[in-house]
Design a protein around this ligand. Structure first.
Ligand code: IMP
Ligand code: MG
Length: 424
């Protein structure tokens, strides 16, 4: 069975844990978009792993992991991660494959990301992770990107880098008044990684086709979330890739006819890191409480995540765009102890009531949530393993979320450990 796992909010939904759970019943785990802007946290044998680029399935012995063509790769970040895993005794060689069509992140991408963010006027910055993700995808679309497979021919790579760097340096000097980046340093840097990187390179679309034909089970591991998708998210406050279901198709080279299920992951509340509108954001005191209790600090940048109530309007948007078959609801335990819980069921935008997500940012930023209020529960639920053991008010809350999302809940997470999970 081939399954795609999608974030139904603004990322950080807890996909790392769900992938870790589902990886057991998969043979191949594939990342298909984003880069090391992602941060997937997995607790495993009392050890905490934060993976940014390598699929979380790598923690399961014997599973094959693929970094697809839609991912952007910073070789330094990749090999740091390989080293970290190997140090923990996890075998990577022979289990990790990288698409030769994947684009490479160069130092000028990182510099441009940083300079662009820093030069923005108030309200214009996106709050990126400054990993060079946006500029790298921009170059891909502008057809001036450099791919993993380009490293196979040194003369081609040299020629291409010379051509691209000239243009990039002009931009850095003229627009940002920065110093030009030296060709030799970049070339040598990549040359040093070349052989190792090519050692992982593979025609991954063909590999995935063959795996499907051989009845292997493939799990597609999404990064970020629906509302950060460059087409379907809160543009321009988004990442530069397709974090929705289509990204899994183009970003891995698998045909949609080979996909059996799409699973949406959402927190029992909502978080967002970086800039951009967030209608259900908590007032400061409650925000502080949930941030602390939920350890809501970015796994990549360490920034505090903004927190808010569950938003069924963006939730339904995620259900529609991704055709979600089922839901995993994460971090329900963090809501324990609150007297009451709110769920946004609609918005009021410029006085008009709507149940649908408004695409224009100038409308979305004006959205005032219409809330329903539900009774909370006071019990600690971190030891609960069965639906029937959950407090009645927790079940009522989840049933309401399920109804509003028009999608069955199959997983409820009540803690960060693997076994702190209720399967329905
Ligand atoms: P970029 O992906 O670094 O360009 O950042 C664009 C926006 O996406 C910023 O608001 C980031 O905070 C957000 N973002 C990128 N990756 C993640 C993630 O893995 N989780 C949550 N937010 C992310
Ligand atoms: Mg994350």
């Amino acid at each position: 069975m081939n399954r795609i796992l999608i974030g139904a909010q603004w990322g950080d939904e807890g996909k790392g844990k769900v992938i870790d759970l589902l990886a057991r019943k998969s043979d191949v785990i594939v990342r298909y978009q984003g880069g090391n802007n992602a941060g997937h946290t997995i607790k495993f044998n009392d050890q905490k792993f934060v993976l940014h680029l390598i699929p979380s399935g790598i923690l399961h012995p014997g599973k094959i992991c693929v970094i697809g063509n839609g991912v952007v790769i910073d070789p330094e970040a990749l090999f740091d991660e390989v080293a970290l895993l190997e140090k923990a005794g996890i075998k990577v060689r022979g289990r990790l494959f990288v698409s030769d069509q994947a684009h490479l992140i160069f130092p000028y991408h990182k510099l441009m990301d940083q300079l662009k963010e820093e030069s923005c006027k108030k309200g214009k910055a996106i709050g990126t992770t400054k990993r060079g993700i946006g500029p790298c995808y921009a170059d891909k679309m502008a057809r001036v990107g450099i791919r993993v497979g380009d490293l196979k021919s040194l003369p081609y790579f040299k020629d291409r880098l010379t051509y691209v760097l000239k243009e990039r340096n002009e931009f850095l000097v003229k627009i940002h008044h920065a110093r030009p980046l030296p060709f030799k340093k970049i070339f040598d840097h990549f040359n040093q990684y070349r052989a190792r990187l090519l050692g992982f390179a593979l025609d991954t679309p063909k590999y995935l086709y063959d795996a499907t034909k051989a009845r292997k089970d493939i799990l597609f591991e999404g990064a970020q979330g629906t509302l950060l998708d460059v087409d379907h998210g809160t543009y321009p406050f988004v990442t530069s890739s397709n974090a929705t279901v289509g990204g899994a198709i183009t970003g891995s080279g698998i045909s949609p006819t080979f996909i059996d299920r799409v699973i949406g992951v959402t927190k029992a509340y909502t978080t967002r890191v970086g800039e951009g509108p967030f209608p259900t954001q908590f007032p400061p005191k409650l925000m502080k409480l949930i941030q602390t209790k939920g350890e809501e600090f970015g796994a990549t940048t360490g920034r505090a995540r903004r927190c808010g109530w569950f938003d069924a309007v963006i939730g339904r948007h995620a259900v529609r765009i991704n055709g979600l078959d089922e839901l995993a609801i994460m971090k329900l335990d963090i809501l324990s102890g609150l007297p009451e819980l709110k769920i946004a069921t609609a918005y009021r935008v410029n006085g008009k009531l709507t149940k649908d997500y408004p695409h224009a940012i100038f409308e979305f930023s004006k959205a005032r949530p219409v809330y329903e209020t539900w009774k909370g529960w006071q019990e600690d639920i971190t030891h609960v393993r069965r639906w029937s053991q959950l407090p009645l008010n927790a079940r009522r809350y989840l049933k309401r979320v399920e109804a509003l999302m028009e999608t069955p809940i199959k997983i409820v997470s009540v803690g960060s450990k693997r076994n702190q999970t209720i399967f329905l």
